[in-house]
Design a protein. Structure first.
Lengths: 341, 341
DNA sequence: AGCGCTGACGAAATCGATTTCGCAATGTTG
DNA sequence: CAACATTGCGAAATCGATTTCGTCAGCGCT
């Protein structure tokens, strides 16, 4: 029922090809004709059929965001990421299609590639390194530009946008060291993602630079399968013969939980125990005391991911694009100078 | 470069039509052939071209979400809404395309309709009533199914999914009345959206049912153009000759800000002043004291919106679909029994 | 044998744009 | 003035699927 290019053409007394060429501003249409066409297009409100264009031009001006992770675990990040991606994409007349139900399923990614319903793909949360490499190869074979996010991928041939987690953990650790802390607890994940790896490295570096010996018992592996693993981690720290005076928790929610647990245990924060989180979720600003944390701009990462992807799509840059963004330290009330000793 | 239906057909020694019919499980293909086709499809990983299908079938199996509001103002809601919509859509083999850069621009909505790149549209945040009606008519003319969200639209011909703001404000007000409050402040928006209208109605109803006279001076219109309008509203309440003992703020962020302001003013919450918010954002749970608020499940609204939209698309239901969802009261520490008097 | 019917398949039209190529009408040059 | 270039346009092919319609073989029935 909508108006087609044919309708337009017959109304103008020219051929469809001429209309098409006029609208795409080709050289072999006279200025006069172009004007006539554009005028009528405005009057009739003609809009070309997306499907027909896509089919003929073999591109869709759309990019896909594959969320490769349980959404409820990364909500805060997505909240920033998705608008960031959409806004940047729309600047370049691209649009964003969301795929949230294909977590870890390479087969579905392959189908997505072959259906050609997007020109490029952003994968949020790459799986473990080996799977990620396989996934990337698959997409490369299908000739589908792609960028991973927000974890770096330890492979030189793969494009990603990541936050500088070494720098983030280092900044946090340094901050605590400056406050006089020497026994700094560090919660890490048992899973072997680069994120964990990097943060641990940052922690180690900061200690080393300050000449503080690394104490393995101060590093606790979280058991993310446990229902309330925040409590578990917190207890492991406080059960140590000589408990830390400051603890870096792996995420803000865990740290926020730790604030309550500390209060329940009769510990004052930060006088008796300094607590820091990671990620800079919104809630971290309104706890009592406010949480010291490190923040990565998800919107900025999204923006950069789109820009990288557009480059890959246009085939400008040669080879993979890898970005590591600085993070920002928010030193707030939950960390303070070490008391006594 | 990808495999086409023609490749498949010649590999199998049948015609493209037969392959297509086999894949779409038509009756006029023998079981034996269907099996052969399916087997080869699996082997070759054939996936039909989305563009070609869309063109021929005149549908895309995609729905659009038009975010008709400054994103940073509705982040918390979108965080829940988008995954809710995407998840439900994907259940029915639909996907979600995001449009965030066309706020209030009817012309762009029209283009979207005419390009036929989506089968239906969800509009998040309808504009003022008259514009909404115009927008809806425009889409109806273009034969584009659509649903508004999360505000009700005061027009019987328009489909929407909304939260029960009358009930929400009523529940909050009742809650405060039960706690012994009689002078209950109510912050409202100057803009004339149904949301504000409904909440005010709920507030009035609760007062009326309790036999409490409505006091115009206890109702303050927020000046959302002011930089820190939370402060402005708070001061207006406390400057009253006889200040309220409890206040309903229009949103959680404002209420959270009010918690600080109260503390600064030397008021204890809830002993000296009860404070309630609205929306149930995540941060509301971690303030000190935690905020009493009302929560609407954005995910659930998204789910319902998709379901309504799918019905409109399939043409099952006749006429518009209107849903009003109950909201949930979270009575927390920021509201307490009225002291003295 | 003749008729109609059914089951299985393929040829060709179709969706609506873009792009290639050819052609006619001009303009330019030696 | 002939030869050649340039300009502006249209006919037709193309993208890759779906759908309509026609064909033909095989079958049962009289």
């Amino acid at each position: 029922m909508p108006i087609t290019i044919e309708d337009l053409a017959s109304k103008l007394g020219v051929s469809p090809s001429t209309v098409s060429k006029a609208l795409n501003d080709r050289a072999d249409v006279s200025l006069r004709t172009k004007e006539r066409v554009r005028k009528t297009v405005r009057e009739l409100g003609y809009q070309p059929s997306a499907a027909a264009r896509n089919l003929r031009r073999q591109r869709t001006d759309k990019i896909g965001l594959v969320v490769n992770y349980p959404i409820h675990m990364v909500r805060d990040f997505l909240t920033e990421l998705i608008p960031g991606i959409a806004a940047r994409a729309e600047q370049s007349e691209y649009h964003l299609i969301l795929y949230t139900a294909m977590a870890g399923n390479a087969e579905r990614v392959k189908s997505l590639c072959r259906s050609r319903e997007v020109d490029g793909i952003i994968i949020a949360w790459p799986p473990r390194a080996s799977e990620t490499v396989a996934l990337s190869q698959l997409m490369t074979q299908e000739d589908m530009p792609h960028v991973f996010l927000p974890r770096r991928v330890p492979h030189e041939g793969i494009s990603f946008v990541a936050a500088d987690h070494i720098g983030g953990a280092k900044a946090l650790t340094r901050h605590l060291i400056c406050l006089g802390h020497r026994r700094i607890g560090f919660e890490r994940l048992p899973e072997v993602y680069e994120t964990d790896f990097d943060r641990h490295a940052g922690y180690c570096q900061a200690l080393a630079e300050a000449g503080i010996a690394y104490q393995p018992d101060l590093v606790v592996a979280a058991d993310s399968s446990a229902v309330d693993y925040a409590t578990r981690s917190f207890r492991l720290f406080s059960a140590l013969p000589e408990p830390p005076t400051a603890v870096l928790f792996f995420t803000d929610p865990v740290a926020i939980r730790a604030l309550s647990l500390a209060r329940q245990a009769g510990l004052r924060v930060p006088q008796d125990l300094s607590i820091a989180g990671y990620d800079g979720i919104l809630s971290s600003a309104v706890t009592e005391p406010a949480l010291t944390t490190v923040w990565q701009s998800a919107a900025e990462m999204g923006r950069l991911a789109v820009e990288s992807l557009l480059q890959l799509i246009s085939g400008e840059g040669n080879g993979p694009i890898q970005h590591t963004l600085p993070v920002k330290l928010f030193a707030r009330g939950s960390t303070g100078a070490k008391q006594g000793g």
